[in-house]
Design a protein around this ligand. Structure first.
Ligand code: ZN
Length: 534
């Protein structure tokens, strides 16, 4: 009792406790009670062990906030400035994320940020600024001025290092417990996310090996095209009113060549997790996302079966799609954004390159990450290719106009890409093309102020089209998802059922419309969401 009184009279202890409570209450108020709502759901709907993890994680986050503030109060003025900067950065980023996507930053966001060219950030920057981050920062600085020490007590390094160790411990705790948890106020969740991101990237992948080998050389070419941010219901080949894909529309009337599953569900609404799921066949809702780090990739299967593997990335010069340097050995040729010109015509050059590769022979497996149609959409086509207008001056305040530049982008990018790829249909005699997009877009519908990486069905709606000759019969009435891609490619490679590393989803060659299963996708923090099928 005596000790407790003594502790409260300690400025660092009392100030730390007070400010941590203040920060939590302020953010619950500013963001309409995110922690409260989360716990309401967890307590009622989740099993006991998840409840325990959530409670411990929430307590840990609060203790972290308290320790951070009291360590700052105990530091000299110089160190207080460093703490203030660390605090301000976390508020700036988290409040920005909350404004743009109504959640805090996730490791997937960091993965994307690391791979996103600076120009794209300049475009999206305005969506990610919330001036209210100044409120807690001003409070923090005021607290330090009023209650802080003017010189540090004890050892500098020990105090600062203690906080760093604690962040690391929190990150570890999350890495080995529940991956999708990132609890607490802006400050603890920000540093937790960064720690988890660093740890996740340091842990080795250890993918399962494919030991099976074919005796004969492969006789076909397989091309998997993964577009960027192409929403399935904005393609005229899927019934969209504007003629965004006239080339595919015409091709779709060619019998025995074109198979279209219509609106398909993406595995995730963020690029990085979505691509990782596609390449490994991991099924949201049935498998743990972590299996994207251990299951073999399509490149491994392809190489084991004698294909020459090609990876074309029109977006970046580094891996960003769940692959790491350990996966390089399974890729025979890797074409990066710089190799493809890194401009709005990159995808067309990629199409030319694919034609060149598949015209040269058989036994090629190609994955293309297209550049697609990126925000700001008017930057993804030349001005003379603008068919629909006007372009909104400000996206969030003129949501009705957003489809104009987006549809122009789809028409210019997707339609021209296929024109270039299929100039000569003869390549289809020994080449099969599977086309999808990593995720859709909100297009600012229904008051959405974000682009993707969130929970709306529009962000998870993508195309799924198969183009090829002499293929086994398919039932395009099946409600497809990204999980069907890997097993479909394995069928095209003739991988026997007993040589597959995992019970994958059905292949598009074996799926029929009578097979009804719930379809799921993951949001940017890897929470599972049910796709609302009618
Ligand atoms: Zn994407």
């Amino acid at each position: 009792m005596l000790n407790f009184k003594k502790a409260l009279s300690n400025r660092a202890f009392a100030g730390g406790l007070f400010f941590a409570a203040f920060l939590y209450i302020l953010e619950e108020w500013l963001f309409h009670s995110p922690q409260g709502n989360f716990f309401k759901i967890v307590m009622v709907f989740r099993p006991a062990d998840e409840v325990r993890v959530a409670v411990l994680s929430a307590l840990g986050s609060f203790v972290f906030t308290f320790l951070f503030v009291s360590a700052a109060l105990n530091s000299s003025r110089v160190f207080q400035a460093i703490y203030s900067i660390l605090f301000a950065v976390s508020c700036l980023v988290q409040y920005g994320f909350w404004r743009a996507v109504q959640r805090f930053m996730s490791p997937a966001d960091l993965q994307i940020a690391a791979a996103t060219p600076f120009d794209t950030w300049k475009g999206a920057g305005a969506l990610y600024f919330d001036w209210r981050f100044i409120l807690p920062v001003a409070g923090f600085v005021l607290l330090l001025v009023l209650l802080g020490e003017t010189r540090m007590r004890g050892n500098h390094a020990a105090k600062f290092g203690g906080v760093a160790l604690f962040v690391l411990a929190l990150g570890f705790a999350h890495t080995f417990t529940n991956k999708s948890l990132s609890l607490g106020a802006s400050l603890p969740s920000f540093y937790q996310t960064i720690t988890r991101f660093v740890i996740d990237n340091m842990l080795p992948m250890n993918r399962e090996e494919i030991r099976y080998r074919h005796s004969a050389a492969p006789e076909n070419n397989i091309v998997l095209v993964i577009d960027e941010s192409i929403r399935g219901d904005h393609l005229s080949v899927n019934g969209y009113a504007r003629e965004t894909t006239p080339f595919l529309d015409a091709l779709s009337r060619t019998e025995d060549l074109f198979y279209n599953w219509g609106l398909t569900v993406a595995g995730a609404t963020c690029s990085h997790p979505s691509n990782a799921l596609i390449l490994t066949g991991v099924r949201p809702g049935l498998d743990d996302f972590e299996m994207t780090r251990t299951l073999p990739t399509l490149f491994q299967y392809a190489q084991a079966l004698g294909y020459e593997t090609h990876y074309l990335d029109a977006q970046t010069n580094t891996f960003w799609n769940g692959l790491t340097d350990a996966d390089v050995e399974y890729i025979d040729s890797w074409y990066k954004a710089n190799d493809l010109g890194n401009d709005i015509q990159s995808d067309f050059r990629a199409a030319d390159l694919i034609v060149q590769i598949v015209s040269g022979g058989r036994g090629n497996f190609i994955v293309l990450n297209k550049r697609g149609v990126h925000f700001l959409y008017e930057g993804s086509y030349p001005p003379e290719a603008g068919i629909w207008g006007p372009v909104p001056g400000e996206y969030t305040s003129q949501p009705a106009l957003v489809t104009n530049p987006y549809d122009n982008g789809v028409r210019y990018n997707v339609n021209t890409f296929f024109e270039r790829l299929l100039q000569d249909l003869e390549i289809l005699e020994h080449t099969t093309i599977l086309y999808t997009s990593d995720h859709g877009q909100t297009l600012f519908e229904d008051g959405a102020s974000w682009l993707h990486c969130n929970y709306t069905p529009q962000e998870a709606t993508v195309p799924m089209i198969l183009i090829g000759m002499d293929l086994p019969p398919v039932d395009t009435g099946y409600r497809a998802s990204h999980s069907n891609i890997l097993p479909t490619v394995l069928d095209l490679m003739n991988v026997p059922a007993d040589q597959r590393a995992h019970p994958y989803a059905p292949s598009l060659f074996s799926a029929s419309k009578n097979m009804v299963a719930e379809r799921f996708f993951l949001n940017g923090s890897l929470r599972l969401i049910v796709f609302p099928d009618q």
